[in-house]
Design a protein around this ligand. Structure first.
Ligand SMILES: Cc1ncc(COP(=O)(O)O)c(C=O)c1O
Length: 430
């Protein structure tokens, strides 16, 4: 659904792109949001780490265990067939969510495993010594360390696209590096630290222009906006279901099926074989070739329910709601006098916003906020090289999702005033 209401400006100057978004109806679906932390209502601003789960997902998982639990792909009985149909139905549902061919949809444990699969079975096995893999300075360790391992073992060179002062990719460097001998670009769709949304379609064109593939870490984009692998024209895309209202322990890799066919298996064992001899084996068709062992059927089914849920609310409506919240969040952080890392405009930026507050340690900020019921994240966010680039060991990070309210952003502002009162130097805004 597209946004039907034109953008308007609130009294605070905040862009309100989704005035008709019924956030209270959404919140009613998330039981955990009723929790209190001490005597305060929970204000959950840590959805970039993991999202909360709606009752529709909780019910789907429980229903699976109560009614259909069985192992998949081997059943000569009703429950086995039901579980298999739920699992394969989940594959079709999640593929549709990504506008993707289900034959390329591999269920994994998380995005980290998905990216390791690509680095191991594609880069390490199919690239040659001297081939180049290009990454960016804003990658999560999950989209950096697997490539380091592959580079070390296969003699690949790694090169990095740097950042502009505003925290966007330096596209001149990107254009320069996306040339011979680059064979693959690994890039995040949305930075979990800076909130920057990268121009994936443009990067895909640059990569394909030099004969390279593009692997996208979509952990922070798939939960928050419509993502179509067809429109983005990417070759690999990974995300974690738990950040998209799905259960913990379920991840996704989508790859062009013809690439999966060329790639050797990642893990060996049951379910991924066709014929096994004592000294060799042949492989199942894709994507089963990459799903060794018993899968997390309940998790996949729960993720499919999460896709249904997000689509029922409307992914472009969620995106518009989050854009309005992010504008408000940037204003509140400005009023609190903190240093915001990353783009300050809403254009091409999402709702994970990192900040520092003078000499106050981000863990102290998070601890004081927790006393106010406000949950944020503090640390290096699995982006140590980016932290070094920013010149800080850690940041505090607030992140929004479909159930976040403007009142919660104001609660963060009040909490930051409390942090300044307790720990700030004289002159800190109170
Ligand atoms: C951008 C990004 N990539 C990868 C990951 C890793 O996700 P997981 O730990 O679920 O594998 C995260 C999680 O924080 C992330 O934000």
């Amino acid at each position: 659904m597209s946004i039907s209401v034109p953008p308007r400006t609130t009294a605070r100057g905040v862009l309100s792109l989704a005035p008709d978004f019924d956030v209270e109806a959404v919140r009613a679906d998330f039981p955990i949001l009723q929790r209190r932390i001490g005597d305060r209502p929970l204000v959950y601003l840590d959805s970039a780490a993991t999202s909360q789960k709606p009752v529709q997902v909780l019910d789907a998982v429980e229903r699976y265990y109560r009614q259909s639990n069985s192992n998949v792909h081997r059943g000569a009985h009703t429950l086995g067939n039901e579980a298999t149909e739920l699992f394969e139905g989940a594959r079709r549902r999640v593929a549709a969510f990504l506008d993707a061919d289900p034959r390329g949809l591999v269920f994994t444990r998380n995005a980290t495993e998905s990216l390791n699969l690509v680095a191991s079975s594609y880069a390490r096995e199919l690239l040659r010594p001297g081939d180049r893999v290009v990454l960016t300075l804003m990658e999560h360790h999950s989209n950096l360390v697997p490539w380091q391992l592959a580079a070390e073992r296969a003699g690949l060179d790694l090169a990095f696209i740097g950042l502009t002062a505003e925290g966007r990719l330096d596209m001149e460097v990107a254009a320069r590096l996306l040339s011979e001998p680059t064979r693959l670009l690994g890039v995040t769709h949305q930075s979990n630290v800076l909130g920057t949304v990268n121009p994936i379609r443009e990067l895909a064109e640059l990569a394909h222009g030099c004969g390279a593939l593009i692997a996208v870490d979509a952990c922070q984009s798939v939960p928050h906006m419509p993502v179509s692998v067809r429109e983005l024209d990417v070759d690999f895309l990974a995300f974690s279901g738990h950040k998209a209202c799905g259960p913990m322990g379920g991840g996704v890799l989508w790859a062009r099926p013809e690439l999966l066919e060329r790639m050797p298996p990642f893990l060996g064992g049951g379910s991924m074989i066709q014929r096994v001899e004592l000294d060799r084996s042949t492989w199942a068709e894709v994507p089963a070739k990459f799903e060794a062992g018993t899968p997390d059927v309940a998790g996949a089914h729960g993720l499919a329910a999460a896709c249904d849920y997000l689509d029922a609310v409307g992914r472009d409506r969620i995106h518009a709601h989050e854009q309005a919240l992010t504008g408000h969040l940037l204003e509140v952080l400005d009023e609190a006098g903190v240093d915001i890392q990353g783009p300050r405009t809403l254009v091409e930026r999402g709702g994970a916003v990192s900040f520092t507050m003078g000499e106050i340690h981000p863990h102290d900020i998070a601890t004081i906020l927790d006393r106010e019921g406000v949950a944020i994240r503090a640390g290096h966010h699995c982006c140590q090289p980016l932290m070094r680039h920013l010149g800080t060991p850690a940041t505090a990070r607030a992140s929004v999702y479909l159930y976040t309210t403007h009142a919660e952003i104001d609660a963060l502002g009040a909490g930051l005033r409390e942090v300044g009162r307790i720990l700030g130097p004289p002159g800190t805004p109170r």
